[in-house]
Design a protein around this ligand. Sequence first.
Ligand code: HEC
Ligand code: HEC
Length: 360
Amino acid sequence: MNRQLILGYGLGGCALLAAVSMAGSFAATSGVAARDRASTINRIQDIPLSVRIFFRPLPERMPGGEEDTPERIALGQRLFFERGVSLTKSQSCNDCHRLDGGRTGVDNLPTSPGAKGLAGTRNAQTVLNAGFQRVQFWDGRAADLVEQAKGPLLNPIEMAMRTEQDVVDRLAEDPNYHDAFERAFPGQGEPITFDNVARAIAAFERTLITPARFDRYLRGQTDALTVAEKRGLLRFVDTGCVECHGSVPVGGRLLKKLGVYHPYENASDVGRYGITGHEEDRFVFKVCMLRNVTRTAPYFHNGSILTLPEAVAQMAWMQLNVRLAPAEIDEIVGFLHTLEGEHPLEIDEPYVPPRTESLP
Ligand code: HEC
Ligand code: HEC
């Protein structure tokens, strides 16, 4: 595979030469607009073909948002920060997926304490860009953001509401919510429904898009990355990380076995096998999306890998049978920094830590 990729760069180079000479003749004949167009083509040609094949820049919108109105998004944002929809009124989505203070949609804990003070067994992933993934959760058990949002509300360890009706009743106690739901879902007899709660939250989550320097690079601004970062990008491609971590989210599109060549040290979580019961799904997990990964430590489904260099080293060994040298790990981590995006929200409210109640 590496040989093919190297061939790829060669072809990219030839195409670049052709584009440079074409750009010259365009500019002479049809003025500034054509020159700009030609030089954009020319800059995109400057990006190695192997990179262009595997990655896509972030689009401005997330799929599925055709009916998202500002009213629905605003309601979803409010619900995302609403602790009233948890059993002990102590837990909101934001307590585990923090977006306040410029945080990256995670709590940076290995596992998160829920509404009863108990922690689950898995690390909370980021909600930023989550809707660009093909499936949700570590084992891919939710198809999309709407289905996903229903999970934590009723999960006994997370928000621990007993029934869908309990969620509806809690919200109906607040007259302001009634109006907000009516504006977000006009023309429905009784707009406060469990389904609409999930739809509004998903509409808000679809606005959590974080364009990064890497996107500017993919769109043709080739100086958006430093020489060292470009080296890291090629190292990421050449080592084979792109086999699994590619496309728009740089991951998030495939379910793969963790431990292709060498097993993961902690095999207590069987991954997708727990959902399907198929032997071939044992230790299969969703390939992580790597956007903002420099800010979402700790790593892996149980949050037991504390630093990014360690996660990169383990990935190369477990998934690709490669022992990376420290300098190579640094190069790849350097590239991963270019995936740090602009924060989509400005929230000034100070964060008040939840009151955790221990069980009797
Ligand atoms: C107690 C902590 C906690 C709370 C509260 C919580 N989550 Fe999560 N969230 C998690 C954990 C842990 C996972 C991973 C679970 C798994 O994959 O089995 C997760 C996964 C997700 C994912 C999937 C991301 C991906 O890449 O697959 C999304 C989206 C998400 N949560 C959104 C929400 C929303 C919306 C709410 C509020 C309705 C919420 N969460 C409440 C801890 C929490
Ligand atoms: C065969 C597919 C595959 C290959 C190749 C692969 N990965 Fe992964 N990667 C995964 C899976 C699956 C996970 C989820 C791990 C888990 O469940 O704990 C993951 C997780 C990660 C994480 C953790 C992110 C987080 O938020 O916890 C990082 C970082 C990462 N990969 C980087 C890399 C790098 C760098 C390479 C190349 C050296 C690479 N991966 C190669 C499949 C792959």
